[in-house]
Design a protein around this ligand. Structure first.
Ligand code: LMR
Length: 404
């Protein structure tokens, strides 16, 4: 038994965390996984999360009973409002089905599974993914029998968006194709469309009757502002683009291990929404029965209490602004002090947790092997791993590999 099982490669992101932990080199830096660190390279428990935890701890009414299959209602409804906004027509007309999921990955999975079963496919089941995208997207869709195909997104020449390529792909894809869109702070490139570009993308999607599969894992990290980071999603909803949204609270609430997220599916009418909900419940029941309660309770407290919500926004701004400060400092050291060859504007132009440095595979590997700086082979760095103590070592090591 099991002799026929082939050996799978380790996960490209989590293998870096393991290698980093095992490394004893004092100046080692982990720029692999997208997880926020404070200026001392430590995980940061958000002060608002500490407060919410205290409140839960002293709540005599709490028990360890099952949540409903679709999750904690106070959490899912507040989560939907957070992404769609208080003026959402879909929410006002009860056309949104929200299901609590095992963070963003679980939302992607449940959304993919639902589409695989119920989307009126004309022909082959296919999802269009940005080139590049989070590596896990490919695996998640393949798992449910949907073929990932790529659409142009990143232009290595400008280290920016290949907008024309993206629009052409939307125009030439068969009608009613499904496109996965990163709602903000694109992973891995840190390159987002502008407001005007989003307008054109929505237009092209509507023209061809495509479906928008939004993945929103970094709300708050792009601009430091939750509403601004939701603007593409809200704009699409206003325009009536058929869509769903996968939402994660791993990054913006620092609740990585709690696995708290949601899937929101917008339907054309309330009655359709009820049917969608019934099927999502059936799928969820067979997969996880019902979602875990602790993280959802924490986020629910924060979202539903005006004081805690304001505090959360400040915590998010703290994280986003520290990352922006690191971008600026890195840019200054590279361009003014080290005069590293090449153009480094993208370091400050890209947004969110990641920067796509433009380093090639060999250069990325050299940083890992020679400098003990852990990053994925595609040259992506998690800016959150940089701080005032390790920035210079990183910049100097980068300079060295660029000079070859
Ligand atoms: C990342 O891209 O580093 C994060 O989304 C963490 C993960 O699950 O891969």
């Amino acid at each position: 038994t099991w002799n026929q099982v082939p050996l799978a490669p380790p996960d490209s992101i989590f293998k870096l965390t393991a290698a980093f932990k095992a490394d004893t080199y004092p100046q080692k830096i982990n720029l692999g996984v997208g997880a926020y660190r404070d200026n001392d390279s430590k995980p940061w428990i958000l002060p608002v999360v500490k407060k919410a935890t205290e409140i839960l701890l002293h709540d005599p009414a709490l028990d360890h009973e099952y949540l409903p299959i679709t999750g904690l209602p106070d959490f899912t409804s507040a989560a939907a409002k957070l992404i769609l906004g208080p003026d959402s027509n879909a929410l006002k007309t009860n056309r949104v089905t929200s299901v609590q999921t095992i963070s963003g990955t679980g939302a992607n999975h449940l959304g993919a599974l639902f589409l695989s079963r119920f989307y009126g496919w004309n022909g082959e089941k296919r999802i269009y993914l940005s080139d590049p995208t989070w590596a896990n997207h490919h695996a998640i869709f393949k798992n449910v029998g949907i073929d990932p195909v790529s659409y142009p997104y990143y232009d290595p020449k400008t280290v920016g968006l290949d907008f024309n390529g993206f629009i052409s792909a939307l125009q030439s894809a068969p009608t009613r194709s499904v496109f996965l869109l990163h709602a903000c702070a694109h992973n891995p490139t840190g390159v987002d469309p502008t407001t005007e570009q989003w307008d054109k993308i929505a237009e092209a999607i509507l023209e061809k009757g495509h479906y928008a599969f939004f993945d929103c894992a970094y709300q708050g990290f792009a601009s430091g502002d939750l509403d601004r980071d939701a603007s593409a999603v809200r704009y699409f909803e206003q325009k009536g683009v058929p869509m769903l949204i996968c939402q994660s609270f791993a990054k913006n609430a620092g609740l990585y291990g709690e696995r708290v997220g949601a899937l929101h599916v917008i339907a054309p009418a309330k009655e359709t929404s009820d049917r969608v909900k019934s099927q999502l419940s059936v799928l969820q029941r067979s997969e996880i029965s019902n979602p875990p309660s602790h993280g959802a309770r924490l986020v629910s407290l924060i979202l539903n209490d005006a004081g805690l919500f304001e505090e959360w926004k400040r915590d998010i701004a703290t994280m986003a602004h520290r990352i922006i400060a690191m971008r600026k400092e890195l840019f200054t050291i590279l361009t003014e002090e080290l005069k590293t060859p090449g153009n480094w504007d993208h370091i400050v132009n890209q947004i969110g947790m990641f920067s796509y440095t433009g380093l090639n595979t060999d250069q990325s590997k050299a940083l890992v092997e020679k400098a003990h700086i852990y990053l994925t082979n595609n040259g992506r760095i998690s800016m959150a791993g940089l701080n005032t103590h390790n920035l210079r070592y990183f910049a100097e090591s980068l300079d060295k590999v660029v000079r070859g």
